[in-house]
Design a protein around this ligand. Structure first.
Ligand code: UDP
Ligand code: MG
Length: 320
């Protein structure tokens, strides 16, 4: 029997953990020929998420519910990495704990992989109903820009909710970067992907962990993680400024040769050039600094997550 493993990052989701389990049990009643394993990743929750998970573990059939509890809040991307690197299922799914990712789609996803021969199936929201307008606008703009400046191609509305074959999981785990922009990583590894569309669903309980600042940071780091275009942009900008400066220098030179005795007051032009170039220099230095900071973080080679406790026994893991 094939095992479908569901990786569920949870950060302060005490209300959702049990509801999630029930919803999954429901769906797998229709998928009798598969066995499911849920792996909850407690991403350093401050509420009773871990206790709730343990309750589900003891109520569920032996071996169907696993958990990894991280030593602090590492962020969703790191939590997913923790789950993926420990996963053993034949198919692995990533799902949010808040049931915004309809479990029923799993049926279509399994079909896409088994019947149509895809390597993975990813859910895509076709509506953003129930989402604040500003968030949709911002998100659309982000996809527009990132697709133009990076090698990866992201699709607006694509979610983290997906089901993939083992080999896809292995290739994602092999990308050990610390600054993990998962959407970019999925797009980068390639493979044959089928989009499965669905209508936006609101979370069942609890609160979203995102705010505008967090989203901005997410977009920004995704951009820096996959684009070196800004660096090339700096080079072009430098060339343009040099060219303009050259023309201007010629003009001043010729004018001076023609009328050497005319007194020239240059306050305005000097101020403007100085301030403009000062701004450009500081901005580009900052941009280079951004990339440098990332190199620094990667070079430190810190682990992507630290585990505090788990019920996944490692012997079983090494058998495989
Ligand atoms: N999450 C996490 N660590 C974090 C933030 C979020 O594991 O630092 C989990 C969260 O518990 C949920 C999923 O990531 O299962 C998506 O979070 P949320 O629902 O807040 O995001 P939204 O659906 O609003 O984009
Ligand atoms: Mg959510």
């Amino acid at each position: 029997m094939k095992i479908v493993e569901l990786i569920v990052p949870c950060y302060n989701e005490e209300k959702c953990v049990a509801l999630f389990y029930e919803a999954i049990v429901d769906v797998f009643k229709e998928l009798q020929s598969y066995r499911f394993v849920i792996t909850y990743i407690d991403d350093g929750s401050k509420d009773n998420t871990l206790e709730e998970i343990k309750k589900v573990v003891s109520a569920a059939e032996e071996g169907t519910v696993q958990y990894i509890s991280l030593s602090r809040n590492f962020g969703k991307e790191s939590a997913i990495y923790a789950g993926l690197s420990k996963s053993r299922g034949d198919y692995v799914a990533l799902m949010d704990a808040d049931l915004q990712h309809p479990p029923k789609l799993l049926i279509k996803m399994i079909d896409a992989i088994e019947k149509d021969g895809y390597d993975r199936a990813t859910a895509r929201r076709v509506s953003r109903k129930g989402e604040p307008l500003i968030r949709s606008v911002f998100s659309k703009a982000f996809y527009h820009v990132i697709n133009h400046v990076t090698v990866i191609d992201l699709i607006s509305g694509s979610t983290d909710y997906c089901l993939m074959r083992r080999n896809v999981v292995a290739s994602i785990v092999s990308m050990g970067e610390r600054e993990r922009f998962t959407k970019g990583i999925y797009a980068w590894v390639g493979f044959k992907n089928k989009w499965i569309e669905y209508e936006n669903v609101e979370r069942v309980a609890g609160k979203t962990k995102w705010n505008i600042r967090g989203l901005f940071h997410y977009a920004y780091s995704g951009f820096v993680a996959f684009a070196t275009t800004p660096l090339r942009g700096i080079v072009y900008l430098g060339m343009i400024i040099t060219f303009v400066a050259f023309i201007y220098a010629m003009r001043i030179g010729i004018a001076t040769l023609r009328n050497p005795l005319v007194p020239r007051t240059g306050y305005a032009s000097i101020m403007i050039t100085m301030l403009f170039l000062g701004g450009v220099i500081i901005t580009t230095l900052g941009m280079i600094g951004e990339y440098l900071a990332r190199i620094y973080m990667e070079v430190k080679n810190r682990p992507i997550y630290i585990e505090r406790e788990t019920n996944i026994d490692s012997e079983q893991e090494s058998e495989k």
